[in-house]
Design a protein around this ligand. Structure first.
Ligand SMILES: *Cc1c(COP(=O)(O)O)cnc(C)c1O
Length: 395
C-alpha cells in the first residue's frame, strides 16, 4: 500500500474487511452509527484502556469515532502527508482546535491578513477574551521583526481564499523553525491533493473537508493533520476537551466523496482555466486572480509548490461593487453563495469591507467577484457569463 500512488490509496482506504466465516465483504465500510461501544467482558475493556494509556487510538466511546472515522482520518493523513489526524465537525471547528490546542493565555500568534474571514471573528469572540493576541501581517512584511518571545504560532492560508495569493511557505517555515515557533496552514484550497504544506515545512495543516474532500456540498467537516507526536498530542487533547463529535454518516459521505477526487479536481482546474482565458479577453475585466493562471502574480510560486489547481478564481471588474450586482443577479448557472469545492458553480459578490483589511487587494475601488467553477459543461458556463455581461456598465 505504501508504494502506491495517492489516487490508488484514496480508493482503497476504508475497504471493508472480509467476514471470516463467509469470506465476503461489502466494497465500503458502512457508516458505523453508534453512541457507545459494548465490551465483551471487563478484560476486553481493560485491554482497550491499556492501549489508550499507551497512546494508541482505541475505540471506547462514540465521541472518539468508530472505524468509519478512522478510515477518514487515514484519508486526510494520506492527502496531507501527515502521521496524526484529528477530525472536526466543520472546517471552522478544525481551526479552533489548531488555535486552542497550541495557544494559551499570554501567547501571541501571527496571522496572514488574507486569512479566511471567520478567523478574525474567532480572534474577536474568543482569543481576545482568553488573552491571546493576534498580529495580522502582509506577505511582504518582515516576519523576523514581528516575532516576539510570546509568539507561539504563525497561522497562514495559502493561497488566500478571496484573492488566492500564494505565500512562500518554505521561507516562512525556515523563519518559524529558527524562532522555535509552529507554522500552521489552512490548506482548504489544496486539500492535500494539489498543495501539501507539511511537505513544505509547516507543522500543522488544517482542512475544511466540507469543500473538495467531501466534494458534493452535502457535508460539514474538518481535519487537523500534523507530523510531530507532541504537536498531535496537544491537538488531540484540545479536541477531546471540546467534546466535538462527527456524525458517522458525514464521515461516510466524505469517504465516498474522496473516491472521485482524482477526476473532480483536474476537471475543476481545466474548466477554471478556460474561464480565465475567457475573462482575459473581456474589456470589462481589470484583473484575474488564480495562481494557476500564467498572468497571476503567484504563478511562479504555484509552479514551484503546487501539483495542480482547482475551480477557484476571482475577477476584478472595471466597475463599482454596486454596478456588479446586476451582473451577479443575471447569472443563471452560478448559484449565489459562499463555500466551494462541490460539483456546482458558485459566485460570491465580495463585500468591499472584507477586502479593506487585505493588503494584497491594493485598495482598488472596483468590484471583486469570486467564482467556483463547477463540473458543468464549461461552454455553458461561459455563455452564461457572456449573457450576464450585458448587465454591466459599458467599458
Ligand atoms: C470553508 C472554509 C473554512 C471553514 O470550513 P467550514 O467547514 O465551512 O467551517 C475554512 N477555511 C477556508 C479557506 C474555507 O474555505
Amino acid at each position: 500500500m505504501t508504494t502506491h500512488h495517492l489516487d490508488t490509496k484514496l480508493l482503497h482506504i476504508g475497504s471493508a474487511p472480509f467476514d471470516p466465516e463467509t469470506g465476503t465483504a461489502p466494497v465500503n465500510l458502512p457508516s458505523m452509527r453508534t453512541s457507545t461501544v459494548r465490551f465483551e467482558n471487563l478484560a476486553a475493556l481493560e485491554r482497550v484502556f491499556a492501549k489508550r494509556a499507551a497512546g494508541e487510538r482505541a475505540i471506547s466511546y462514540g465521541r472518539s469515532g468508530m472505524d468509519t472515522h478512522r478510515a477518514l482520518e487515514e484519508v486526510f493523513m494520506q492527502l496531507e502527508g501527515g502521521t496524526y489526524c484529528v477530525l472536526a465537525p466543520s472546517g471552522m471547528a478544525a481551526i479552533n482546535i489548531a488555535f486552542l490546542g497550541i495557544l494559551k493565555t499570554g501567547d501571541h500568534v501571527l496571522v496572514c491578513d488574507g486569512v479566511y474571514g471567520p478567523v478574525r471573528n474567532l480572534d474577536r469572540a474568543l482569543l481576545k477574551g482568553l488573552g491571546i493576541t493576534v498580529t495580522y501581517f502582509a506577505a511582504q512584511d518582515d516576519l523576523d521583526a514581528l516575532i516576539t518571545p510570546e509568539t507561539k504560532m504563525i497561522y497562514v492560508e495559502s493561497p488566500g481564499s478571496l484573492l488566492f495569493e500564494m505565500l512562500d511557505l518554505p521561507a516562512m517555515a525556515a523563519i518559524a523553525k529558527r524562532h522555535g515557533v509552529l507554522l500552521a496552514a489552512d490548506n482548504t484550497w489544496g486539500s492535500g491533493y494539489i498543495y501539501r504544506p507539511l511537505a513544505l515545512g509547516a507543522d500543522i495543516s488544517v482542512v475544511a473537508g466540507t469543500k473538495y474532500v467531501a466534494g458534493h456540498s452535502d457535508v460539514m467537516l474538518g481535519a487537523v493533520v500534523a507530523k510531530d507526536e507532541s504537536v498531535a498530542a496537544r491537538l488531540h487533547s484540545a479536541q477531546y476537551a471540546m467534546g466535538n463529535s462527527i456524525s458517522a454518516d458525514d464521515a461516510w459521505l466524505a469517504l465516498r466523496g474522496v473516491k472521485t477526487m482524482a477526476v473532480r479536481m483536474p476537471q475543476h482546474a481545466i474548466n477554471a482555466l478556460k474561464v480565465c482565458a475567457f475573462f482575459d479577453a473581456q474589456p470589462y475585466v481589470a484583473k484575474i486572480f488564480n495562481p494557476a493562471w500564467h498572468k497571476d502574480a503567484g504563478y511562479a510560486l504555484w509552479q514551484r509548490d503546487c501539483t495542480g489547481a482547482n475551480g477557484m478564481l476571482s475577477v476584478e471588474l472595471k466597475c463599482s461593487p454596486d454596478a456588479a450586482k446586476a451582473y451577479v443577479d443575471a447569472l443563471t448557472l452560478f448559484g449565489i453563495g459562499f463555500s466551494w469545492g462541490g460539483y456546482e458553480s458558485l459566485v460570491q459578490w465580495v463585500d468591499p469591507s472584507t477586502l479593506a483589511a487585505h493588503s494584497y487587494w491594493k485598495h482598488s475601488p472596483n468590484a471583486l467577484l469570486r467564482f467556483h467553477i463547477g463540473l458543468e459543461d464549461v461552454d455553458d458556463l461561459i455563455n452564461d457569463l457572456k449573457q450576464a455581461a450585458l448587465h454591466l456598465p459599458r467599458t
